[in-house]
Each structure stands twice: as C-alpha cells, then as structure tokens.
Design a protein around this ligand. Sequence first.
Ligand code: URA
Length: 438
Amino acid sequence: MNIVEIIRNKRDCLELSTEQIEYFVKEYAYGNIPDYQIASLLMAIYLNGMSEREILDLTIAMAKSGEILDLSAIPGIKVDKHSTGGVGDKVTMIVMPLVASFGVPVVKMSGRGLGYTQGTADKLEAIPNFKINLELDELIRNVKKIGIALVTQSENIALADKKLYALRDVTGTVESIPLIASSVMSKKLASGADKILLEVTCGSGAFMENEIRARKLAETMVKIGNMAGKETIGVLTNMNQPLGRFCGNALETKEAIDTLKGKGESDVIEVCCVLGAYMLKMAGIGNNIVDNMKKIQSKIDSGEGLEKFRELVQRQWGDTRVIDETERLMTAKYKIPVLAEQSGYIEKIETKNIGQAIINLGGGRLKKEDVIDYAVGIEVEKKIGDKVNAGDVLLHIYANNEDVGKEQVEFLRNSYKISQEPVPKIKAILDIVENENA
Ligand code: URA
C-alpha cells in the first residue's frame, strides 16, 4: 500500500478501496504516515468528496482505531443522542432523564464545550461535586440501578479521529460533509449504543449555517448509521437564535431544571418532546410520534423526569439541593442589560456572537485546557419576530468582571438586526431525516 498513490487517486476523483482507507487511518493513528501527506489527502477529500461506501469505510476504520464500548451487560435497547452543537442547547439534560423515566436505558457520552458551543459535560459540572468521568463498570452499574448515566466521552474512543480532527482544524478541512459525518459517526458507533438519534443544528449559531448543507449532513449521517447496522434518525433543529432563554453553563443547567419542573420555554419543550418521541419510538415504546410527544410531556407534568434527574445527580455525587434551590448554582456578580437603540421587529440574531461573548466572559474554551467560569452567560429577552421599542432590553449579560461584561454590550447589540416590518417567528424543528429504505 502506498500513501502517495492514495493521495493521487483521491486527487483524480477515483474511489478509494476499503483496504486503502483502512491503511491510511491505521497507519496515521500509529504515527507511520506524516501529517503533510494526510493533510494533502484531507484537502483532496474536501475538494472531491467521498462516496457513501467510502464514508462508511472511513467511519468504521476510525471507530476501530480506538476502544469500542461493550454495553451488552445493560439489558434493553440503548438509544444514544448526539447534537452537532448550538448556543443555549440544554436539551440533553432534559430529554435524557425524561426518556429514562420510561425505563429506557440511557447511556449518554457528552463532550465539553469548545469554541462558541458549550458542552453538556461542562453544564453538568456546574452542579457542585457532580462527577462526570465514570469508569465503564461504574457507568454500567449506574444504568442498571437507576436507568441513566451522563458521562464524558472516553479518551480512548476513535483515536484516529482525534488526530485527524486536530489536523483538519489547522488545514482548512473541517467543513467537509464526508469528514464531519465520519468523525461524528465513528464516535457514535464506538460508544456502544444500539440506536442513534442525531440533533443536527442549522443556522447562525451552528456549525452548518445553511439548511441545504445541514440537511445533507443529516442525510449522510443517517445513511452511514443505518448502513453500519444501527437505526439512526436525524432531527434538523433551528439555530438561527439561541434555544430557550439562557446560554452559559450554570444558567443552562438552571433552565434545564426549571423545564423539568414544567416552567420551560416553548421552543425548548418542543425540541425535547420531538427528540424524546423519536427516542421512545426507537426504543420500541409506541410508533406514533404525536402520541409519544404527549407521553414525554406527561413525564414533565408528573414530575417523573425531574425525579429521574435528581436520582442521576445523586448517583453521580452531585449536590441535589440545587434541584429545589437552583440559586445554589453559581451566579455571576454583575447583570448588565443590552438595550435596543431603535424600535421595530427582531429580524436576525448573529447567534454565534452570543457564544463568542460567553467565551469572552470566561465561560467557554478556545483550547481544550482552558479553565471556565460556570456562572457567566447571557439571558435572551428578545427573539426573532418579537416587537421591540427603543430602550427595551434585548439581552442581559451575566459577568464576573464588570469591565469585560461592559465590553460585550456593543458587540451583542450589533448582533441583532431590527426591521421596520413585522417578522414571523421561526420554527424550532425544521425537519426529520429518516432512512429512505426504512
Ligand atoms: N463534531 C465532530 O465530532 N466532528 C466534526 O468533524 C465536527 C463536529
């Protein structure tokens, strides 16, 4: 096998064989192929794409490059959920306890925040003492005992993806659908669940700003998951504005708890009910999505979702007092309003800027090693379609450093576009992507 020939083949738009893909993934993971040759290959993939078969082969080769978790000791159908990331997306903390309250085993491995999106692992760590790193045997014990574990992803999963992702990051090859799809799905296949639900975010606060590309990514991942033998469904969600009211780690944890108490924002509830309904369907609890949505809502109304969250926090050593007294979660010293300078209707929000402001406030990471301030964040008062008068509050900034907080005011004000004409509200769910052969 010759890496130069593999690069030439991809450069000339030829399909790579399964053996060629296995070879470059394995040898790169072992350090036997230098970065410059893989960088060249990644650029050829970026420019010329990959067939479905090639993407599947790449996904499987990357999954096999690390540990493949064996969750077979947990009885029942295990449905995993993955989000491609957004601003204010606290859905995992809400939907997973709700689904677990039906007796569906929930094992969810979540990432930490990087860049303008936050990660569920950090949000849960905003709960004092919450232990997010569990060994596999502890995780399995917890799921057998209480039906749910929310943990960080094992460091040993899809090792080749870690190296390839770092190289893509510095070679302008991140935004390739075959590379994103194989990267996400390799980790999902290695995580041991039986079925996969994907929340594919789309809009100004997402990786995929454009709906055509988001849909293509969702279709590709759904196809790859199903070809790999794991039923996979994608839900396209709208990230043209933050989801819910709060963005920032502790603030989102508080919002998740409030939602489980029945005090949620309508867009958060809608996304949780739709995602939960598909998870129930995949777990064999009812095929009718509208009925399943009502079932999910009933677990909010009865408080069973909240009680499952309480069990989870207790089992993972967190301080359960935060559930009844959310003011025990860290709060920032300063609350700074951002006021509208003109009247009209909110037409557009540069949602990424809200994520960026949270990084500027110290609540997000630019590098994996960065330490974060859980308390800082943003409260969104006005969303697309809302009427505003000059002087109304668009957002509140929660800061621990007043100067840094004030520095975000103009930046955030300019992230809102106000129209003189009425603007319709936007939908939270854009579409469902299922396997066309299902
Ligand atoms: N998330 C991933 O895990 N991989 C990508 O390539 C992009 C987003």
